[in-house]
Design a protein around this ligand. Sequence first.
Ligand code: SF4
Length: 365
Amino acid sequence: MIANKTMEAELLKERPEEWRALAKESITRAEELAKHLNISVEEIKEVAGVYPMRISRYYLSLIENENDAIWKQCVPDARELKDDVGVADPLFEEKDSPVEGLTHRYPDRVLLLVSNDCANYCRFCTRKRRIGKPFRKITREQIAECISYIREHSEIRDVLVSGGDPLMLEDSEIEHILKELRSIEHVEIIRIGTRVPCTLPQRITPELCAMLRRYHPLYINVHFNHPKELTPQSKRALELLANAGIPLGNQSVLLRGVNDNPEVMMDLNRKLLKMRVKPYYIYQCDLVRGTEHFRTKVENGIKIIESLRGFTSGLAVPQFVIDAPCGGGKIPISPNYIVKRTKKGIIMRNYENKVFSYPEPEMET
Ligand code: SF4
């Protein structure tokens, strides 16, 4: 018992510099990966030659069995090269981009890409076309141009800072971006999308959180797909962020053989809520080239929502969405609880399939 406590304390000890060393030691070569996993070096090389590989040693240590949920998300797979359904940029992020690195699709908000680096290169990534590719590196000049665009467009009140992973930048670089954005009067809300609390939780340091909390209102969306990713290290990272007053949401992607299952999603979302993270979205997998083997039927996502709604707290029920191909934006997909509409009201069913009616007001509006 004493030994366990010591180990746990050691694991959770504050080491502000540790994340840099861990990031530097990430696995990027097939031969290195083969020292840990039973894989074909040739296959990994062939796939990683097209879609780069990077796995943090921390995330690798979460693999328990060949082809388990963690393995599938990070180990290159030959099927990535055999996909003739997907396209490079199905969401038209680049078509809707007035300045390199910025997507302006919705009326009042923009997506600002500040890095093409991540702790892990997830095999299902929507931005597979750019992640880890040196020729897609985002420069400071590009970021400055994007910020000028935001400054010139007073309708933009919400900026989502993403990448890659913005938290792979140094604290000073992140602060520079936040400071610039905060100096723009019409920018009301800043959001950061990051997967490091899941793939390199050591990156969330007290120093980083002390800096972030100076730029409220700041929201962070994290990205966990499976309950096995919610380790003591991740819990600690999420606690640090929540204690800095940052509202946390989670975005999951529905992935075949990883989380396309109601029990897994129930477990994930309940655990997230316990760690003060509100399950926000479950995304249907985008039509990205190289990810067809991850796609599941839309019906599975609807069944997952039906299995959560009513059976657990509404706070633990995310919105299932499809990001429509060709830049149509996020469209919510829900189970149908309305059985019938009549002139007098609606007939509806509850989570147990019991039927109820609700009368409309008699007064005309
Ligand atoms: S962390 Fe996010 S941006 Fe980076 S590879 Fe994974 S899904 Fe893509």
